[in-house]
Design a protein around this ligand. Structure first.
Ligand SMILES: [Zn+2]
Length: 402
C-alpha cells in the first residue's frame, strides 16, 4: 500500500464513520479529490472556531406619506352675488360653488382666497367698493370643503379693525379651517404654526401688497400681513417655517390689476420666497389669470389664479385657474425627502345672466370641461386662449386631471 492509498483508506474510514456517505464514486487515483479531502478534513479537525455570522442590519424601509392640495382664486362677492342668493331666512350660496366643491372633494387640503371680508352680519352686506360679505358665503365654502383660507387682501380692512375681528371670530368657529393673513394679537401674527395633514407638516402664510390705502390701527400693525416695508419679515417667517415644516405654502396678494403678465415685483419676490424656502406660492388679486411656473426647480408658483367667483363683466375676469398637486414625503431612516409632484392645472368659468348694467343673476362657477354651448357658446375658443396664457412661462405643467 503506497502512501496515497494509505491516506485514502484512513480518510475513507473517517468519512464513513462521520457521515455514512457512500463513497463508491471516489477513486484511489482521483488525486484532486483526495487532496481536497485532506485539506478539508485537517481544517475541520485542527481549527473549528465558533463562526459568528453577523446579522445584517436591515436596510430601513422607506415610508411614504402623501397629501393632496387643491387651489383656486379670489372669492369677490359683489352685491349681485348675495342678491342672487337671498332666501327667506338669509342667503344660500351653495349652488354657486357646487361644481367646484365636487372637484375639490377629492383633495385633502382645499385652498381659496377670501378677497372680500366676512366682516359681521350685524352691519349688513355691502358690495363694491367697501365690501362686507355675508357669513353664509363662508358657510357655503366651508360646506364645500374648503379648509385653507387666505385673508390678507386689499379689501381686508373694508370694515375696519372690527371687521377683521368679526372675520377671525367667524373662521375660528369653523372646525378644521386654517386661515392666515389677518390676526387678533401680535403673538398670533408672529407664531409659526405647524399644521399636519396625513403625517406631513406644513406652514401656511398669506401676505398682501396693501389695503387700498387703509392701514391697520397704528397700535395694532400686526392685524394685517402687509409686505410693504415688511418684506424681510415675510421672508424670515418663510425661512423659519422651512426649518420647522415639511412644506411651506404662501398665498401672495400681489400683481397688477387686469394684467395677465407677471410684473417685476412678483417675479423678484417669487424668487426671494423660493430662496427662503417656500414650496408652493399661490398668487391672487389681479382679477385675471397669470402664468404658472417652477422656480429653482423646486417651488411651484401660480402668479394669479383669477376671480374664482365675481360679477365682473369682462371675459378675462370670469376665467379662473384651479390646480392640484401632491405633497409626497418619504422617510428612510433619518433621511426625510419631500417633493411636490403631479402638479396639474385647469380653468374655471363664472357664468351668469345679465339683468342690468350693474346687476346679474344665476351666478355659478363651472370647470371648463363641464361647460356646454348653452352655457357659453364659444367655450372651446376661450379655453384655448387662456390656457395659452397660463402656460406661457412654463409648459411643463400638466393641463387637466384636476
Ligand atoms: Zn385683491
Amino acid at each position: 500500500m503506497n502512501y496515497r492509498s494509505l491516506i485514502f483508506c484512513l480518510l475513507s474510514a473517517v468519512f464513513i464513520m462521520s457521515s455514512g456517505c457512500a463513497i463508491e464514486s471516489l477513486h484511489a487515483d482521483d488525486n484532486d479529490v483526495i487532496e481536497s479531502l485532506v485539506i478539508a478534513s485537517s481544517s475541520v479537525e485542527e481549527d473549528t472556531p465558533d463562526v459568528v455570522v453577523p446579522t445584517p442590519t436591515p436596510a430601513p424601509q422607506p415610508q411614504e406619506y402623501r397629501a393632496s392640495l387643491f387651489m383656486t382664486g379670489d372669492a369677490l362677492i359683489h352685491g349681485s352675488i348675495w342678491l342672487d342668493s337671498m332666501t327667506s331666512s338669509g342667503y344660500d350660496f351653495s349652488d354657486k360653488v357646487e361644481r367646484i366643491a365636487q372637484v375639490a372633494s377629492k383633495y385633502d387640503l382645499r385652498y381659496y382666497n377670501q378677497e372680500t371680508i366676512i366682516g359681521g352680519d350685524e352691519r349688513g352686506p355691502s358690495g363694491y367698493p367697501q365690501f362686507n360679505t355675508p357669513s353664509q358665503w363662508g358657510d357655503a365654502m366651508y360646506d364645500a370643503g374648503f379648509n385653507l383660507v387666505s385673508t390678507a387682501t386689499n379689501h381686508c380692512l373694508d370694515q375696519g379693525a372690527s371687521g377683521i375681528e368679526n372675520s377671525l371670530r367667524y373662521w375660528a368657529g369653523k372646525e378644521g379651517v386654517v386661515t392666515a393673513g389677518t390676526y387678533l394679537t401680535k403673538e398670533d401674527q408672529e407664531a409659526i404654526v405647524v399644521h399636519e395633514i396625513n403625517g406631513i407638516t406644513y406652514a401656511f402664510f398669506s401676505w398682501t401688497y396693501g389695503m387700498n390705502g387703509l392701514s391697520a390701527p397704528i397700535d395694532r400693525p400686526y392685524m394685517v400681513n402687509c409686505y410693504a416695508g415688511r418684506e424681510q419679515e415675510m421672508l424670515d417667517q418663510v425661512a423659519k417655517a422651512d426649518k420647522m415644516c415639511d412644506v411651506v405654502i404662501i398665498a401672495m396678494h400681489w400683481g397688477t390689476e387686469y394684467s395677465m403678465s407677471v410684473n417685476d415685483e412678483q417675479h423678484d419676490l417669487a424668487r426671494k420666497l423660493s430662496d427662503a424656502g417656500a414650496d408652493i406660492i399661490i398668487g391672487n388679486h389681479p382679477h385675471v389669470i397669470e402664468p404658472m411656473e417652477w422656480i429653482n426647480g423646486k417651488t411651484i408658483c401660480f402668479y394669479a389664479m383669477g376671480n374664482m367667483i365675481s360679477a365682473q363683466s369682462g371675459e378675462e375676469n370670469l376665467v379662473a385657474v384651479m390646480a392640484g398637486l401632491d405633497i409626497v414625503k418619504t422617510v428612510t431612516g433619518e433621511v426625510i425627502d419631500v417633493k411636490i409632484e403631479n402638479v396639474r392645472a385647469d380653468l374655471l368659468w363664472t357664468t351668469y345672466r345679465r339683468i342690468s348694467s350693474d346687476l346679474v343673476d344665476n351666478v355659478k362657477v363651472y370647470p371648463f370641461n363641464e361647460l356646454t354651448d348653452d352655457i357659453l357658446w364659444n367655450h372651446e375658443e376661450i379655453y384655448k386662449k387662456y390656457l395659452a396664457i397660463l402656460q406661457s412661462l412654463d409648459d411643463s405643467i400638466a393641463i387637466g386631471g384636476v
